[in-house]
Design a protein around this ligand. Sequence first.
Ligand code: SF4
Length: 459
Amino acid sequence: MKLLGDNCAVFGIVRDTACVEDIYRGLDFLQHRGQQFCGIATYDGDKIHLITHYGQVGNTFTSHELATFKGSMGIGHVSLRERQPMMWQGAVGEIAVAFSGNIINSADLLTEMKDRGEAFYHGLDIEILSKLIMQEKDVLAGISKLAVTIKGSYSLVVLSQDGIYAARDVYGFRPLMLGEGSGAFIVSSESRAVQHIGLKRLRDVRPGEVVLINRKGFETKRQLKSPRRAHCAFEWAYTASMDSIIDGLYVQEARNNLGKSLAVRDSQEGGIRADLVAPVPMSGIGHALGYHMQSGLPYQEVFLYNRYADRSYTQLTQDDRDRMAKKKLSVLEYAIQDKRIVLCDDSIVRGTQIREKVRELKHAGAKEVHVRIACPPLMYPCDFGIATRTYEELLARTYFPEGNIATMDELMALEACVAERIGADSVKYNSLESFVEALNMPRESLCLKCWDGDWPFNQ
Ligand code: SF4
């Protein structure tokens, strides 16, 4: 089991003028998906220019560096785990490759490829994926081969002399969106970067689709057979930014619906005596607003977000995440004196962060804190490069070691244990059924492995 996930984002643009400024701005708006590394590559009609950095786009690229990028097409990447794009030369010409995802069978592929005489720098997923592409006669054939060779998830961009190839794995785990306008054609992990550049969203790249982007626009070069869709449901609950739309569903709408669903459950179970509903910022905001809309309880901020702290989810270890969580929120004491608070958050992993938040609120004067969680209890790690957790980290597993919550009675038994553990007056999660219903997507088009343990494909 991998201990680290690889949450990250890709971006690419072809336009009629210099493109580096747009890549820089686009990556800045994808930064929430990974802050450890960033990189930009452009093609000037003759060669590829590439620079990667440790750190965030806005803090690392200097104006001098940006001025060295020539060309009107290029790609970029932000990452939690490794430097991308990577640049290669081979029979397919000079290319730069970046991807978002995770190769589950990377160890097997690495062994096979080494046995065949391939050499690697570090054996990273991006090296494996790039070399698989370069083994074929052209980039399109190379990308198509990934679908049968790689087990896992990928949304990728390949910068080549033909243009930018953009592709999504046949299940569509990770988002990938096309946009256009003002003589520019764009591909991005999230739609918010398209909007920010001032372009129009066109559509999502379809699972299994390989698109070539050049000065003429978009061309579907290949549509590989997709056995089923498996969009990561966690994107809507937590990972994606609230101003994005993924596979036709607004993230904000999804979060509001998840919050509403929690409020409906409270009212069906006798109602709740509370004075206000509040989010754990930032990812709890959409859920708390939904709870407020459904219940009519006043919405109130009870934490002030420190905009200079990094997002806790993308810190490398759980201890880092806990440390960062402490740094990023401070209690608004005035708002909570003697108040009974419904506190909304996206999910509970170990429970250490939410326990700390409940403790802080009570210490600062809150009378009661009722925790409401948008996602069902997390029972399984993610293998598709999205969440960084292990079985040992999952609080719900402590109480249900088999990982199976089949009935509402079992869910309520778990909630009572978790409430005691985190010092809350009550805890409620969305059940898996209400979670799927709130997303309003066919269950069979979602990856729900975090909760039900089911792989969307045969192992
Ligand atoms: S296992 Fe969970 S986080 Fe990973 S892709 Fe599936 S739903 Fe998303």
